[in-house]
Design a protein around this ligand. Structure first.
Ligand SMILES: CC(C)(COP(=O)(O)OP(=O)(O)OC[C@H]1O[C@@H](n2cnc3c(N)ncnc32)[C@H](O)[C@@H]1OP(=O)(O)O)[C@@H](O)C(=O)NCCC(=O)NCCS
Length: 239
C-alpha cells in the first residue's frame, strides 16, 4: 500500500468532492441571514445533484451549448448534472463559472452561479440563478445574488457585475432592480432555436458599496475564497 497516497489531505466539508487542497472551489461557502432565514451557498457536490434535479423548475431552461441527447425530459434532468460538471472541468482564469447550491434554513432551495470571462483583465462577473418553485417570493433570490456579489466585489476584486434576463422575465429583472442594477443594453440571442431579446443590467462596485447595507443581509461570512484565487488567475486579495 502506498502510505503517501493514503495520507493525502481529506476535507470533510467537501463531501464527495475532492478535498480543498486538491480542488479549492469545493471549499467555497457563503453564509448569511435574510428576513430571519439562515442561508448557505456552498459549492455543489455530486450528492446534491439528485436533489437539485428534483426541484429544478421548468422555467429555468438549460444551457443550449450543452451537447446532449435523449428525450426532452431526460435532456433537462441531465443538463443540471452536466452544467455543474462542465463548470468544474472548464474552470480557468480566462473563463470560469462557480456553481453554488442554495440552502434555506437547511433545505436545498436552488442554485446560484457566478461566472466571468477574462476576469483578471475585465473584472466583470455575471450571475445566474434559479429557485425551486416553493422557495420563491421570500426574498431568497435577492439574498443569494447579494451573497455572490459580496464574494465577487470583496474577495475577487470585481469592478462590476452584470446580469441578462429575457425580456418579460419580470422576476429576474426584479432581483436586479431591487439590488440597484442599472439597465445597460440589450442583445438578441439564439436559445433553443428561437431568437430571444435579452435585457442587460449592471451594478458597479461603487454603487454596490453605496447600496449593500440596504440589501437586508446580516452575519455574512465567506470561507474558502482566498484558496481559489490562483485558479482564477488572481493574486492575494483578488489583485
Ligand atoms: C428569478 C427567480 C430566481 C426570482 O425568485 P423570487 O423568489 O421571485 O425572488 P425574490 O423573492 O428574492 O424577489 C426579489 C425581488 O424581485 C421582485 N420580483 C419578484 N418577482 C417579480 C415579478 N414577477 N415582477 C416584478 N418584480 C418581481 C421582488 O419584489 C423583489 O424585490 P423587492 O425586494 O424590492 O420587493 C425565480 O423566479 C426563478 O427561479 N425563476 C426561474 C429561473 C430564472 O428565470 N432565473 C433568472 C435568469 S438566470
Amino acid at each position: 500500500m502506498n502510505t503517501a497516497q493514503s495520507a493525502a489531505p481529506v476535507d470533510d466539508a467537501a463531501g464527495s468532492c475532492p478535498g480543498v487542497a486538491l480542488w479549492p472551489p469545493s471549499g467555497l461557502r457563503i453564509t448569511a441571514t435574510s428576513r430571519g432565514i439562515p442561508l448557505m451557498l456552498r459549492a455543489v457536490r455530486d450528492e446534491d445533484l439528485p436533489g437539485l434535479v428534483s426541484i429544478f423548475p421548468p422555467d429555468a431552461g438549460y444551457d443550449p451549448a450543452l451537447a446532449v441527447g435523449g428525450d426532452l425530459a431526460e435532456v433537462e434532468r441531465q443538463s443540471v448534472l452536466r452544467h455543474v460538471w462542465r463548470a468544474r472541468a472548464e474552470l480557468a482564469p480566462q473563463n470560469w463559472r462557480l456553481t453554488f447550491v442554495v440552502e434555506a434554513a437547511g433545505e436545498l432551495a436552488g442554485q446560484q452561479d457566478v461566472k466571468a470571462t477574462a476576469f483578471p483583465e475585465r473584472r466583470i462577473v455575471e450571475t445566474s440563478s434559479w429557485l425551486g418553485e416553493s422557495f420563491r417570493g421570500r426574498g431568497i433570490a435577492k439574498a443569494m445574488r447579494a451573497m455572490v456579489l459580496q464574494l465577487a466585489f470583496s474577495e475577487f476584486g470585481a469592478v462590476a457585475a452584470e446580469a441578462d434576463s429575457v425580456d418579460g422575465n419580470d422576476a429576474a429583472l426584479g432581483v436586479s432592480r431591487s439590488l440597484g442594477y442599472s439597465p445597460c443594453g440589450d442583445t438578441y440571442d439564439m436559445h433553443q432555436g428561437r431568437v430571444e431579446h435579452m435585457l442587460w443590467t449592471r451594478l458597479t462596485r461603487d454603487r454596490w458599496a453605496l447600496l449593500r447595507q440596504g440589501y437586508g443581509l446580516s452575519d455574512v461570512e465567506i470561507t474558502g475564497a482566498r484558496a481559489c484565487l490562483p485558479l482564477l488567475g488572481l493574486g492575494a486579495g483578488g489583485a
